[in-house]
Design a protein around this ligand. Structure first.
Ligand code: SF4
Ligand code: SF4
Length: 364
């Protein structure tokens, strides 16, 4: 049998060291989207196009796909499927190097969940519609824990869990949420995604929990924090908490098309958010719109956009494979979602307020 390894980073090179010890398994090359005129571990590095040509010519039997450093397994497998690779020829390699058919994998690359739906920044084009919410809307710790426990029946590991809002630091029980995440998924990388406003006011219990549970702070840098970000990072440095800060975000993208006239398959194909699997209580959704469209509908009562796109983890007869397949198909909202969206300048406003021109795409 002959195989190709998608990617050529550290994890793919380690995978090669394992695969080369398997009798009858001949690894031909690595694939890369970058420079391909080089070798890696003594094997050639080819472009993805050349890899597909080798497959079509019958010279290669299967591809190995790993989450890799950039958690691109889902996107890579999806491209292979679109290019005519049989799903039986795409093998997923987990972070622990377990090899399974792609749709039978017991590992999610990525999962996000919200602990507060509202936010203290209220960006006018917030894709989670947080700016349309007035007052605190917090998640329930026990329901969230039960959701994670239900998910654990089907998934052994999640490579990256991101704790989101709205603004997650608004939730006074955030310390307990991250401890719960670490307990249920001990090997995950866990990040709190914050706009930074409340970082310097984090209570001791949260600081302790962040350190004990090996959490990374992921700071989205908006223009409103220009003069305060140095204080935020100095505070995290003094606490010895790991963090990274995004480049300044001064442009947003509007995707909501209330006419529903987008081609769902096309939007889904182009979408970079479609691997942003979201958990909410005991339900799993393809992306944030599976759950948060209700805020758009409540605010703009003249519209009624689909609020579907999630399923219960307590459904009878659910299997890991059924979950993975459901996360690989468009949802109803994809017809209401322009991808890529229309660019617009970042600005923010009062809580509970949204101008249609800041949220709805330009051509409506
Ligand atoms: S910081 Fe802005 S984009 Fe992020 S959740 Fe808050 S309002 Fe939305
Ligand atoms: S609704 Fe579809 S196109 Fe829009 S973000 Fe979700 S997956 Fe992407």
């Amino acid at each position: 049998m002959s195989g190709i390894i998608a990617g050529n980073g550290k994890s793919e090179q380690q995978l090669y060291e394992i695969l080369r010890t398997i009798p009858d398994e001949d690894i031909l090359c690595f694939l890369s989207t970058e420079s391909t005129d080089k070798e890696c571990s003594g094997l050639p590095v080819l472009s993805y196009e050349k890899g597909i040509l080798l497959y079509r010519s019958g010279k290669v039997d299967h591809f190995y796909v790993t989450p890799g450093e950039k958690l691109k397994a889902d996107a890579t497998a999806y491209s292979f499927l679109r290019l005519g690779v049989s799903e039986n020829d795409i093998w997923y390699v987990s972070q622990n190097y377990d090899i399974t058919p792609f749709f039978e994998r017991r590992e999610l690359s990525y999962l996000e969940y919200q602990v507060a739906d509202n936010c203290n920044m209220n960006c006018s084009s917030c894709s989670h519609y947080s700016n349309l919410i007035k007052g605190n809307v917090l998640s329930d710790l026990e329901s969230t824990r039960n959701g994670f426990l239900s998910l654990k029946k089907y998934v052994d590991n999640i490579c990256l869990i991101r704790v989101l809002g709205g603004e997650p630091l608004i939730n006074p029980e955030l310390d307990k949420y991250i401890a719960m995440n670490r307990e249920i998924f001990p090997d995950s990388r866990i990040e709190i995604v914050t706009n930074g406003i409340l970082v310097n006011k984090m209570p001791d219990a949260l600081i302790r929990s962040i350190k004990e549970n090996r959490i990374v702070m992921n700071i989205s840098f908006y223009p409103a924090m220009k003069d305060r970000m140095a204080d935020v990072t100095a505070h995290l440095d003094s606490l010895n908490i790991p963090y990274f800060v995004s480049p300044m975000i001064s442009e947003f993208s509007k995707v909501t098309d209330p006419s529903g006239s987008q081609n769902a398959a096309d939007s889904f194909k182009k979408c970079t958010w479609r691997y942003c699997t979201m958990l909410r209580d005991d339900r799993l959704g393809l992306c944030a719109f599976s759950f948060l469209t209700k805020y758009f509908n409540e605010y703009y009562t003249e519209y009624r956009l689909p609020e579907s796109g999630s399923f219960s983890l307590n459904e009878a007869d659910l299997t890991t494979e059924k979950i993975m397949r459901r996360l690989n198909v468009p949802i109803e909202f994809c017809s209401y979602c322009k991808q890529p969206g229309d660019p617009c300048k970042w600005k923010h406003g009062p809580a509970g307020f949204g101008s249609p021109e800041d949220i709805i795409i330009d051509s409506i």
